[in-house]
Ligand binder design. Structure first.
Ligand SMILES: [Zn+2]
Ligand SMILES: [Zn+2]
Length: 437
């Protein structure tokens, strides 16, 4: 299937029977695509007033050239965000007023950058109802094509539904020249999809909520083209990097198809979000890039899945009967954020209460239909190792006690059931937290 054939077309899904619609109008992936920016805009956007959003790094990488390419034909305003603290700009609410101020009365916002710029650009353009064009500078995450924005607000990492970009212009020469850490980050982030989809499938088997297999199908199809090409990725092979970008784009589409981030963000992402919240609390730079933190989360998820495979339904029943978890006590470890965390966690308390009744009888079906969808923990480690991604928490500066806390309590930061919840309720999360810390 050509995943781009799904763009801007309403269709009835042959898997779930629902109508899906990806409102992105056009994606061009090409060497030297930056020179097409003006005609790309002309086709997609009415009006001449353009705001280019970048930061001190991405302005030099591409923002400046975007500006030059549009001058004469468009009225261009540039907002170049500078880090208010630390070395880099991150998606935080403190940068938003400056973007809002300049984006008002514009006809289009072009986000030139990676995760932070794209997420803030999507958020502002959605609020102001102006179209967004995404111009990625690195294949670092799947947000260029997604319908959500992840931002740190009031000290918490939150994911907000937003309108996706109207168009995405990808210059393969630019994204292949990105820092290797960002390429690795995109690779690791893309590996989350089998885990995220399986978390979603299990949750839907328990709750009866909607699930669609199409997201996993399109991301798997894209992944086959790059998952075993670590060497080429590290050599910045443009073809393979464009395949990785296709995988990331498919990841973004999958969020739009599902109408929520479930197919791209499961328990493994909560571990990464936990570290972002913690870094913010400590007023320091994030421990690592999003995808590299997610990679470590995937190692935990894959270990959990492996461990769960060995449990019988009788064992599941016994463990749920004997479970002893004091949610309030664990939530207390979030300190002043505890009330907010508690509120978020309360969204899944009812499904957790149903587990003793539902999980034992569903267990064999879950083992048969859901567990085979994830990559083995060996495959994950091999893939991450070959691409030079971190394999242990120490490598990103997370000490033993923080690693333990991340594994044990990340489940509380989002009100959606993931494999971390199942592992915790079945009493295997603590074993794993002890092993990895
Ligand atoms: Zn569907
Ligand atoms: Zn991600």
């Amino acid at each position: 299937m050509d995943i781009y054939s799904l763009l801007d077309k309403r269709f009835i899904c042959s898997f779930c029977g629902r109508e899906h619609y990806i409102p992105i109008k056009r994606i061009i992936t090409k060497k030297g695509a930056i020179s097409l920016l003006s005609s790309f805009l002309l086709d997609l956007v009415k009006g001449r007033r353009v705001l280019i959003l970048s930061d001190n790094i991405t302005y030099d990488v591409a923002g400046k050239r975007c500006e030059e390419n549009l001058k004469g034909e468009y009225e261009v305003t540039s907002v170049i965000l500078k880090p208010e603290s630390g070395k880099r700009v991150h998606a935080e609410e403190k940068y938003l007023p400056q973007i809002f101020k300049n984006a008002k009365n514009q006809d289009v916002l072009i986000a030139v950058g990676t995760g932070s710029i794209t997420d803030m650009g999507k958020y502002v353009s959605n609020e102001l109802k102006i179209p967004l064009i995404s111009f990625p500078t690195a294949p670092s995450m799947n947000g260029f094509t997604s319908g959500v924005a992840a931002l740190l607000m009031r000290g918490l990492k939150i994911t907000i539904p937003v309108k996706p970009a109207l168009g995405i212009l990808i210059d393969t020469r630019i994204i292949s020249s990105a820092p290797l850490e960002l390429i690795k980050s995109g690779f690791a982030d893309s590996l989350a999809k089998s885990f995220a989809n399986t978390d979603w499938k299990i949750s839907s088997m328990i709750s009866g909520d909607f699930f669609c297999p199409l997201p996993l199908k399109i991301t798997t199809q894209a992944e086959e083209k790059y998952i075993n090409k670590a060497e080429e990725l590290l050599q910045r092979n443009e073809k393979v990097i464009s395949y990785l970008m296709e995988g990331l784009s498919a990841g973004g589409f999958s969020i739009i198809l599902a109408g929520k981030s479930s197919p791209a963000s499961g328990g493994e992402h909560l571990i990464s979000h936990f570290f972002d919240i913690e870094a913010n609390k400590r007023k320091r730079e994030p421990f690592s890039h999003h995808g590299l933190q997610v990679g470590l989360g995937i190692i935990i998820s894959s270990t959990i899945y492996e461990r769960l495979k060995g449990l019988s339904s009788r064992e599941v029943e016994r463990r749920l009967r004997n479970k002893k978890i004091d949610y309030d006590e664990e939530i207390k470890s979030f300190g002043k954020d505890a009330p907010l965390i508690k509120k978020e966690f309360s969204k899944k308390v009812s499904i957790l209460k149903e587990l003793p009744k539902k999980l034992p009888s569903l267990w064999n079906e879950i083992k048969e239909k859901a567990f085979p969808l994830v990559h083995s923990s060996q495959k994950i480690r091999d893939s991450l190792k070959k691409t030079g991604c971190p394999l242990c928490f120490k490598e990103i500066g997370v000490d033993k006690s923080l690693a333990y806390k991340a594994i044990m309590t990340s489940r509380y930061i989002r009100g959606r059931l993931t494999i971390l919840d199942i592992a915790s309720e079945l009493g295997i999360l603590r074993e794993i937290a002890e092993e990895f810390s």
